[in-house]
Design a protein around this ligand. Structure first.
Ligand code: IFM
Length: 460
């Protein structure tokens, strides 16, 4: 660890999870159904036919997981609240047993010296709200702010950092664009309406959090570092469209209070009908944030392509006349994602260059790798690839900081192996191995490495 980059005192090292991926207990203590409970029942939706019904059994075993975090030495733990535990139908009064669980978790974390970072929405929309239109409907944005107010009324005094939405790109485009995620539909303009209503929901929730006295609030975006495959004009234009869909359609309204300039080129006829946008929305969406969370895993290189569906009436919001090209010569994780840590540094410096003083302090709210790791005969898990991934990305973070990026924390995805959405349990991201049939937790070599790295980088 002697050559590990030094981070200043106060730089936060953390680990993250989300509710549906780890909690299990989907029928317990009055929790209502979410879109993921429904989606998992659909034949073929989840590769291994599984669901989050049991997951890591964290709902029962959370004290064990808090002890793992304390031993790891992280200063922050990012988790999410399951909206269907708080409001089983997505509206109406609080379900006290659901909220009690998170109050206990927050208390246990604080007692263990770990700062909780609470995400309000990590994709588990109450199913009754989806039945009423889901994020296509503006009503869901308003319901989201009411839910935020309920959680903040109970936890606002002791929960220091709040994240409204996790990766709204996934909610809008995987949920409503290509159907890989719940609710599993492939739509055009309605998916763009969902994207807008997620942003409006974020803005309304920011207002609810401020009204409850929350001091530190922001959003977590999965931003991409996009490169054109060649310097040809058509590939350059394709890269702008990819950047618009992945990054700029989120960062521009949030940070500049305006819509992305390349919207029309990216979505063509789909964006012509804008009746889901109202006067005043941009002011709401661009309410100042205390930080911007960035989830980064891998970059994209793209080239120009024709519309996959020439008929705009049948086109989905994921059809934007670009296609990804492979990254030869670099290692790929078990997700098939190329490992390019330098792209993280470039993403961070390019955000700083683009937004200047409008960019709030940054936190890496997710970074990590899925690997094919399995316990050896002696029970240990030697995940050398994950260690190399984390180390190289932490170096990229240190380099970006050295170049002047105001980046204050780094969070590993994930504390535990868990339910990896459409991949079920077939992809493991954890620092801690979970034997799903028994729930047994075994810290991997990467856990011990991260523990030592935190200690080393913060040594006087
Ligand atoms: O597991 C997910 C997480 O829920 C959101 N960000 C990406 C992770 C890995 O795919």
């Amino acid at each position: 660890m002697s050559d590990f980059p030094a981070f200043p005192p106060g730089f936060e090292f953390g680990a993250a999870t989300s509710a549906y991926q780890i909690e299990g207990a989907t029928g317990k203590d009055g929790r209502g159904p979410s879109i993921w409970d429904t989606f998992c029942l659909r034949g073929g939706a989840i590769r291994d036919g599984s669901s989050g019904d049991t997951a890591c059994d964290h709902y029962r075993r959370h004290r064990e997981d808090v002890a793992l975090l304390a031993d790891l030495g992280v200063s922050t733990y990012r988790f999410s609240v399951a909206w269907p535990r708080i409001q089983p139908s997505g509206a109406g009064p609080v379900n006290p047993r659901g909220l009690d669980f998170y109050a206990r978790l927050v208390d246990d974390l604080l007692a263990a010296g770990v700062t909780p970072v609470l995400t309000l929405y990590h994709w588990d929309l109450p199913q009754p709200l989806e039945d009423a239109g889901g994020w296509r409907s503006r009503d869901t944005s308003e319901r989201f702010a009411q839910y935020a107010a309920l959680v903040a009324a109970r936890l606002g005094d002791r929960e220091p950092r709040w994240i409204t939405l996790n990766e709204p790109w996934c909610s809008a485009f995987l949920g409503y664009g290509n159907g890989e995620h719940a609710p599993g539909v492939s739509e055009g303009t309605p998916a763009l309406a969902a994207a807008h209503h997620l942003l409006v929901g974020h803005g309304l929730a920011m207002g609810a959090l401020r009204a409850a006295g929350v001091r530190e609030a922001g959003i977590a975006l999965n931003l991409d570092h996009v490169s054109p495959a060649t310097p040809r004009a058509d590939d350059l234009a394709a890269a702008v469209r990819a950047e618009t869909q992945r990054n700029v359609m989120w960062t521009e309204p949030l940070l500049e209070g305006r819509y992305a300039a390349a919207e029309s080129d990216t979505w063509g006829e789909l964006i012509e009908c804008q009746d889901f946008r109202r006067d005043g929305d941009l002011a709401l969406v661009s309410a100042p944030m205390d930080f911007l969370g960035i989830n980064y895993y891998t970059p994209s290189t793209v080239r120009a392509a024709p519309w996959r569906e020439p008929d705009p009436a049948r086109r989905t919001a994921m059809d934007n006349r670009f296609e990804a090209v492979p990254h030869p010569g670099v290692r790929h994780t078990a997700m098939g994602w190329p490992v390019v840590p330098g792209a993280l540094r470039q993403l961070l410096t390019s955000l700083r260059d683009r937004y200047g003083a409008r960019l709030p302090p940054l936190h890496i709210t997710e970074n990590g790798s899925a690997e094919h790791d399995a316990p050896a005969a002696d029970g240990t898990v030697h995940d050398a690839e994950r260690i190399a991934y984390l180390e190289s990305h932490l170096r990229a973070v240190a380099e970006a900081r050295a170049e002047g990026v105001d980046l204050r924390g780094y969070t590993v995805w994930s504390l535990l192996d868990n339910f990896e959405w459409a991949y079920g349990y077939s992809r493991r991201f954890g620092l801690v191995h979970v034997d799903f049939p028994t729930g047994t937790r075994t810290p991997k070599a990467s856990y011990h490495w991260y523990k030592a790295a935190i200690a080393a980088s913060q040594a006087p």
